[in-house]
Design a protein around this ligand. Structure first.
Ligand SMILES: O=C(O)[C@H]1O[C@H](OP(=O)(O)OP(=O)(O)OC[C@H]2O[C@@H](n3ccc(=O)[nH]c3=O)[C@H](O)[C@@H]2O)[C@H](O)[C@@H](O)[C@@H]1O
Length: 374
């Protein structure tokens, strides 16, 4: 009997040894053309799509992620590939590597996530960016910083050009993100001037697509999931605020083009296709053919009233403009979430909120009520 068990185990070991892991086919690059590229936040929504592209192009990619909002499953298809390395690392502590390029994407991006731990958000964008700039300086790598349309705050100039200085409240629930992204831009400028570091700054506008987390809390994932489940679609405020939505593959094209360009000042990357949030809710509802109703909730504090990128610079310098239409992009995203719902239960959104910080809308809109001195 023991003999049988040993034989069964031996067979199992052999089967495991024989199992060939298959990877998507990557391009072969010669030593001269192949770069070593670090992607911070590479297991996140945008990061993982960028990693896919860089891997397919034949580069060596190192992902550093602390998995606060990133997920291993976003990049698991590369684990074991000889060009790929995954480091579980929080960039608030320094990282020592040899690389040619750094795409510095690590940061929570969804408002509920970045407000969940505002101190950490400030740390990752300030100390984390200093650490990555320090790494770039040591190894003479080029660094692309993922900035945001939020540096324009609640903009009084529309559409937003890169020369607009913005209208940011330095003392509010969004300031941990907006101001830390702004100081990170200032750090990039200082390192470029003082240390001669080659930097690129992408001001990324609202981006959506597959691999957004079900509990992301941003408008696209919320509305799609609500519409798919015929739950009320939660509109914060009167729904007349506007956003312009870019599909993630367009952003990836833009990020790579910017990194490899000669342009070293901030550049907007976004799709100028602008909608009111109310229009957007109806659009998603119609595409899905959902019976969901629209439910109006409290407006968020300091929620920008309008947002649309002016992308003249990107068109001129990168010959880049978004290609994916909203219908195409939404269809792919809806398909993704439809499949996700088959596997996972869409539990409470904005899961990361401590209960006592929740308002009726299910999102923290201000400081806690019991915080008397404020
Ligand atoms: O999606 C992004 O890429 C951007 O998302 C956020 O900016 P925000 O525009 O506030 O993103 P959302 O949370 O998706 O909100 C968009 C609008 O929809 C509204 N909204 C959101 C969620 C919801 O369920 N209902 C709803 O009406 C919000 O109030 C806001 O007016 C981040 O702060 C940016 O850094 C990031 O670049």
């Amino acid at each position: 009997q023991q003999e049988e068990r040993i034989q069964a185990l031996e067979k199992r070991i052999k089967d495991l040894e024989d199992r060939q892991q298959t990877f998507p086919e990557v391009k072969y690059l010669t030593y001269k053309d192949r770069k070593r590229i670090l992607v911070t936040g590479g297991a996140g929504f945008v990061g993982s799509h960028l990693v896919d592209r860089l891997m397919l192009e034949g580069h060596e990619v190192i992902v550093a992620d602390n998995f606060f909002t990133g997920r291993k499953r976003n990049i698991e298809h590369w684990i074991g590939h000889e060009n790929f390395e995954l480091v579980h690392h929080d960039i608030v502590t320094p990282l020592f590597l040899e690389v040619d390029q750094i795409y510095h994407l690590a940061s929570p991006a969804s408002p509920p996530h970045y407000m969940y731990n505002p101190v950490k958000t400030i740390k990752v964008n300030s100390i984390g960016t200093i650490n990555m700039l320090g790494l770039a300086r040591r190894v003479r790598a080029r660094l692309l910083f993922s900035s945001t349309s939020e540096v324009y705050g609640d903009p009084e100039v529309h559409p937003q050009t890169e020369s607009y200085f913005g209208n940011v409240n330095p003392f509010g629930p969004r300031s941990c993100y907006d101001e830390s992204k702004r100081v990170a831009e200032a750090m990039c400028y200082a390192y470029a001037q003082q240390e001669g570091i080659s930097i690129r700054i992408a001001r990324i506008f609202n981006t959506y697509g597959p691999r957004m987390h079900m509990n992301d809390g941003r408008v696209v994932s919320n509305f799609v999931l609500q519409a798919l489940q015929n739950e009320p679609i939660t509109i914060y405020g009167n729904g007349q605020q506007t956003r312009s939505f870019q599909y993630v593959s367009d952003l990836v094209d833009g990020l790579i083009a910017l990194m490899n360009s000669n342009y070293s000042k901030p550049m907007n990357l976004g799709n100028p296709d602008e909608y009111t949030i109310e229009q957007f809710a109806t659009k998603i509802k119609d595409i899905i053919g959902s019976k969901a109703t629209l439910e109006y909730k409290d407006a968020l504090v300091d929620d920008p009233k309008q947002r649309r990128p002016d992308i003249t610079l990107a068109k001129t310098w990168l010959n880049w403009s978004p290609k994916v239409t909203i219908a195409e992009g939404l269809n792919k995203t809806i398909e993704y979430f439809r499949n996700e719902l088959l596997v996972h239960h869409h539990s409470e959104r904005n899961l990361f909120f401590p209960k006592e910080w929740l308002h009726s809308s299910g999102i923290k809109t201000t400081i806690p009520k019991d915080h008397k001195e404020l």
